[in-house]
Design a protein around this ligand. Sequence first.
Ligand SMILES: [Zn+2]
Length: 174
Amino acid sequence: MAVRPVVVWPDARLRQETRTVTEISDEVRALYRDLVDTMYAHNGLGIAAIQIGDPTKMFVVEPSLAGREANADPVAFINPEVLWSGDESQLADEGCLSFPGIYVPVERPLRARMRAMDLNGEMFEVEGHDLYARCLLHEYDHLDGKLLVDFVGPLKKQMIKRKLAKRNSQDSAA
Ligand SMILES: [Zn+2]
């Protein structure tokens, strides 16, 4: 178990192609524990494996957002697919651990249904509503190499790049 460094945009690793999981190996279970530790260390609601530099098709979601007890294990979504998303939409500011301190208004479906494999290799389906739907779709986008900056225009993208570069240089000076 370990908190791993989060890959921050514009690191090219956030755009690498992700790999389908073919069996629930010890490596996959270890990756799950690292994702959980890293998500909690940064107070995230979810995190995708690609964000810690591992291009496996997997993300985890904080348990209370996923409708479980707050002290339950975070939910693993392995090889997820979006089965359906509703016509109704929601607009809200969205953050991302790979864009520290940045919030971008993103329009998303209000509801989404997803199918994935769990850590026992069993398939399951969930329907997310509101923030849960937003989180599922955000994490799913990561596995497709899609990021917050893909929802903004070129000027805003440059502004985000400058902010993150400034933050980076402050971190390394500290
Ligand atoms: Zn993200």
